[in-house]
Design a protein around this ligand. Structure first.
Ligand SMILES: Cc1cc2nc3c(=O)[nH]c(=O)nc-3n(C[C@H](O)[C@H](O)[C@H](O)COP(=O)(O)O)c2cc1C
Length: 157
């Protein structure tokens, strides 16, 4: 399948996870492109005064993964701003993944995932159950592999 991973990262944990996901999907013979959203302007949890420099346009991808950190109990404002540019995801399987550092899903994970799911569902994406990835510091290699395998399994089923 043709797969796109579109992500926002600030400190690199989400992008590191995305690279592992790409590796696992490629090892299963899928074609994967990673798009990292880049911004100009002041990006803070509640800021809207920034622009996304590269808004990837999805075309013939079969599967799409959106990944972003939780900021101030919500999804990153960058991924949410990107969603405003989304066209129709009809016919695509989609999964949203959030990374976070505080324990418990209710410290932003559930809310962030719900708002991302709402966007991809509104765009008619066949939205699979998303994944909340919590880790205090770095996401361990084992955890990254576990998430990647879980995601692959969900897309295949
Ligand atoms: C401004 C800011 C706000 C954050 N707010 C939360 C939060 O509400 N809940 C949480 O669990 N983690 C929070 N975090 C931690 C990040 O979600 C976590 O470190 C994430 O994995 C970082 O991803 P990145 O390295 O891809 O940028 C916050 C981090 C930043 C920088």
């Amino acid at each position: 399948m043709k797969v796109a991973i579109i992500l926002h990262t600030q400190s690199g944990r989400t992008s590191e996870l995305a690279r592992k996901i790409a590796e696992v999907f490629r090892n299963a013979s899928h074609e994967v492109d990673i798009y990292m959203l880049r911004t100009v302007g002041n990006v803070t949890p509640r800021s809207t005064k920034f622009e996304i420099k590269n808004s990837p346009v999805l075309t013939d991808e079969d599967w799409v993964i959106f990944a972003a950190p939780v900021w101030a109990f919500k999804a990153s404002p960058v991924i949410m701003k990107y969603f405003a540019t989304l066209k129709n995801l009809k016919g695509k399987k989609v999964m949203n993944i959030v990374t976070k550092s505080l324990p418990f899903d209710w410290t932003g994970g559930t809310q962030a995932l719900a708002s991302m799911n709402s966007e991809t569902e509104t765009s008619n994406g066949d939205t699979l159950q998303g994944i909340i990835v919590q880790s205090y510091i770095k996401i361990s290699a084992d955890k990254q592999t576990e998430v990647a395998n879980k995601a692959l399994k969900a897309f295949i089923e």
